[in-house]
Design a protein around this ligand. Sequence first.
Ligand code: UTP
Length: 292
Amino acid sequence: MKVCKAVFPAAGLGTRFLPATKAQPKEMLPLVDKPIIQYGVEEALAAGCDQIIMVTGRGKTAIEDHFDTSFELERILEEKKKTDLLKVVRQISDMIHLAYVRQKEALGLGHAVLTARELVGNEPFAVLLADDVIDAETPVLKQMMRVFEQVQCSVVATQIVEGAAISAYGVLDVKPVEGHFGGRLYEVLNMVEKPKFEDAPSNLAIIGRYILTPAIFDILTKTGTGAGGELQLTDGLRGLLKKEKMYAYVYEGRRHDTGDKLGFLKATVEFALKREDLGGPLREYLRGLKLD
Ligand code: UTP
């Protein structure tokens, strides 16, 4: 089984980023000069997915416009002979075929995934939460595809989170799989959403990249609402665990939670510092700041 479809749940309200997200989706906030969601789409393409499914909601049309052809803009850039910019703009709309499905109400991440059911069909698929922008030599979803090729079961991305900060995540109870993927692979035994530090079964947090088997859909239809009155993906995954094996993979890369203001600022600085055109002057500017 090969994974060709990548689902991007992008129908959340983005309350942590208000007021910026009142009239524009958080997925369109730019990290330097590229919307957050484009980093995720590029990762999915690099991992070999050729069908992108966006789950959107009210006020998210900017996402559709971003990946669409902009004839007017292209004409103006052509007239002004701005060929470099024209190339950048065309690359985005030429990227790939995208399908959109609407989640009418933000009823939770599990519900958003379920909304993509008809477009996904009966095959394994990837889920990427665009907020988690991961800077990695090998795109994280590609790392996970290698695992999936071997195990042919659902795979969740995980990261070690030290100390009390673990309470902000879904946390895994696991058993190491010896001798595979350099000690980065675990079999998942259970998972708990946002446990107290003292109750956390490990320091392995679930991160926003998943490869799931289609069995998750039936399970989600039978999963009741959980924390916050929402249909939680974690609850669905726990149901899936009762039927199928699941693996967790400690990815290689540096993750930024860009749905959080401080995380977004840190990502902006780090990504800009890596840029050939901006890194030098930004470094100079930062050095000149009188920080105490
Ligand atoms: P978050 O937990 O980040 O929630 O959702 P949010 O609403 O987007 O943002 P905050 O916490 O209020 O600031 C995780 C992912 O699930 C999607 C979001 O778009 C995000 O990619 N999601 C969440 C949906 O698509 N639908 C939902 O009902 C909830």
